[in-house]
Ligand binder design. Structure first.
Ligand code: HAS
Ligand code: CU
Length: 599
């Protein structure tokens, strides 16, 4: 092979400035992953009563740190690194202004540091600060103002990052007016459009209610309102974690399998569906909340069932693309092709195992989403079982696995040890299989989530097979394997960073079998999809929120809002909302019983 071919430029060679941002974002993500894993192992062993290194009174500090460092810092920092890589790579041009890119990175880092400090301070009495509010930070739990301020700053950082990618795309569009949006950029832009809608609610919740309340500017808030605003954001945020993983499954996994993406148009449809349907479903986290009418919960459930569609389409497209790769490598038979895949490659095996576990996680999600069966598992440890399969494996394992493929291209350094990488991803799979299976099983027995002492003195859980203690041991072993797996991942990466730079690590992504030319032009009309998404959100939330404010007051029942001179305006607002709800209910043309459902 000639030197010219061997020296094909990597991402780092072509875009050294952007590659630094991607590396910085990934390293921030992995630092958070490390912290989250340390809190995770302490928590698993504590809850299962195998080893206790903290007093139970610190359990919520631990749980908050575990949740926030993993689902906010780790996932989102990985996302911004990945998206910067994807936009730059797929548009084949640098960002418009790298200083802006570093600015949003710095803002995000500053924000999460503030939030992190406010949580960790909870471990010591020497500092009068705590934020034991769990990663679902709604009232009545209250955190130190630094917690909310940090989160607000962090989210502003992500908004700027989105603006940076939109701006880079617009600059590209000026030079390529008649071209389709490259697929990876399309995925980034639709995800960010969804993010802007989702975060609008949490911005209101933090800035109008939680922060002023924690600063002592207002006495009280309406807890149902802050919960509802949280879940308005809290459901779409799960797709904000998932969509980077989907991007990797759609664009990188087929390449590693030796194939090509089956259908570019279908991938676009999937991302548009997520933009449209991710937000109007948040009430499926509130089926058991009093103060929200059953009718609204029913609508949310129906929307959630539609939201299964993009993931089912993904399962089909991704598996078809991988099968295409296997058959190109000589694979045959109904399932025999499975043996012709690069299973020794940790990036491939990690992503495939992540996908396999997501099939199970998606299934437990369907159980959660059914209003009637949700009553059985809500607030039990079944729910952590569900989300350790989804965000904890589909997302986290994909991110780790993809790092084995991506890191060499953004650093020009080969991975220190691929066999250790392979062992690491398999270990994650085994650990999670044990832990999440036992969590689901305990959940069905009624074991609560979020408690340091699930066993309640003198109470025996009635088990149908295996004992409560046995399931605890499975959780503890699984959690320990996950911790070991994380340490192996981070160790491998640190050793990789010590490797010398080499050339010849470039990888290109092949075009889809059915390319963008087969996709209807309207799919690229981002304004249209954004507008429809907004309409759907208003339809899903305007009435429930108006009803919640009408019933419980904007700042809690009977509380006069601060500042006093604004009160008349608030009263007019809530009266109007109440009137609107009343009018809609009155005009429902059918029987009283249907009207009653919405009252
Ligand atoms: Fe969920 C609670 C419903 C997906 C995360 N979810 C949570 C919580 C989290 C979370 C963190 O309706 C807890 C929040 C809290 O603290 O209270 N969830 C769903 C539904 C889906 C779903 C219907 N969840 C996710 C994803 C998450 C996530 C994704 C994170 C990333 N979830 C709920 C509900 C609750 C809930 C209720 C509230 C429960 C309660 O009562 O508190 C769906 O989107 C799932 C669709 C997925 C599928 C699977 C498709 C299969 C695929 C596999 C492809 C295969 C490959 C490889 C690539 C239908 C795509 C194959 C390999 C071979 C070898 C063949
Ligand atoms: Cu949800």
């Amino acid at each position: 092979m000639s030197d010219a071919i061997e020296a094909e430029p990597t991402f780092l060679d072509k875009f050294p400035q952007e590659a630094r941002v991607v590396r910085a974002s990934f390293l921030s993500a992995f630092f958070a992953l490390f912290l989250g894993a340390v809190f995770g192992i302490i928590q698993t062993l504590h809850r299962t009563d195998i080893a206790r290194v903290i007093p139970s009174t610190d359990y919520y500090t631990l749980l908050t740190a575990h949740g926030v460092f993993l689902v906010i810092s780790f996932t989102v920092f990985f996302l911004v690194g990945l998206f910067t890589w994807a936009v730059t790579r797929s548009l084949d041009r640098p960002v418009v202004n790298i200083k802006i890119t570093w600015t949003w990175y710095a803002i995000m880092a500053a924000g999460i540091t503030m939030t992190g400090v406010s949580i960790l301070a909870g471990f010591t009495d020497a500092i009068d600060m705590s934020a034991d509010v769990l990663f679902t930070f709604y009232a009545p739990l209250q955190a130190h103002p630094l917690f909310y301020t940090g989160l607000a700053v962090f989210i502003v950082g992500t908004w700027l990052a989105g603006a940076d990618w939109f701006r880079t795309w617009l600059a590209w569009k000026d030079d390529h007016p008649d071209e389709r949006i490259p697929l990876q950029t399309f995925m980034v832009l639709t995800t960010m459009a969804m993010w802007y809608i989702a975060t609008s609610a949490i911005a209101v919740s933090v800035l109008a209610f939680l922060l002023p309340w924690s600063l002592g500017l207002i006495d009280q808030v309406n807890p149902t309102l802050t919960r509802t605003l949280f879940w308005f954001f809290g459901h779409p945020v799960v797709y904000f974690w998932l969509m980077p993983a989907y991007m990797l499954w759609y664009t990188v996994l087929p390449k590693i399998a030796g194939g090509r993406l089956f259908s570019d148009p279908l991938a676009r449809v999937v991302f548009v569906l997520f933009l449209l349907l991710s937000t109007p479903v948040g009430i499926h986290h509130q089926y058991l909340d009093p103060g929200i009418a059953e009718g609204f919960k029913f609508i949310s459930m129906t929307n959630t069932m539609f939201l299964l569609l993009p993931s089912l389409l993904t399962a089909f497209t991704v598996v078809a693309s991988v099968e295409y790769g296997a058959r190109k490598r000589g694979g045959t038979g109904l399932l025999g092709w499975l043996t012709d895949l690069p299973w020794r490659n940790p990036a491939f095996t990690g992503m495939m195992l992540a996908g396999l576990m997501f099939a199970a996680g998606g299934f437990s999600g369907m159980v959660n989403a059914g209003m009637n069966i949700n009553y059985m598992i809500h607030n039990t440890i079944w729910v952590p079982g569900h989300f350790h399969l989804t965000v904890g494996t589909a997302v986290a394992l994909t991110m780790m696995a993809a790092t084995y493929w991506l890191w060499p291209q953004i650093s020009n350094k080969p991975i220190y040890s691929k066999p250790i990488g392979l062992f690491q991803v398999v270990l994650w799979f085994i650990g999670m299989a044990l832990m999440s299976n036992a969590m689901h099983a305990q959940g069905i027995l009624g074991v609560p989530r979020r408690t340091a002492e699930p066993e309640y003195a003198g109470f025996e859980y009635a088990t149908s097979f295996g004992g409560f203690g046995e399931l605890n041991v499975q959780i503890a072993i699984g959690g320990t394997l996950l911790f070991v797996s994380t340490i192996l991942f981070i160790g491998n990466l640190v050793l990789t960073m010590g490797n010398p730079k080499v050339s010849g690590l470039a990888e290109t992504l092949p075009p889809a079998l059915s390319g963008p030319e087969d996709a209807p032009q309207v799919l690229d009309n981002l304004r249209l999809w954004f507008a429809i998404a907004l309409v759907l959100v208003v339809l899903a939330y305007a009435l429930p929120i108006a009803a919640i404010i009408n019933r419980g007051g904007l700042f809690g029942p009977g509380v006069d809002a601060f500042p006093v001179w604004l009160n008349p305006a608030f009263h007019v607002l809530t009266e109007t909302a109440a009137m609107l709800v009343g009018t809609v209910v009155e005009t429902v043309p059918t029987s009283d019983s249907l009207a009653g459902v919405f009252r």
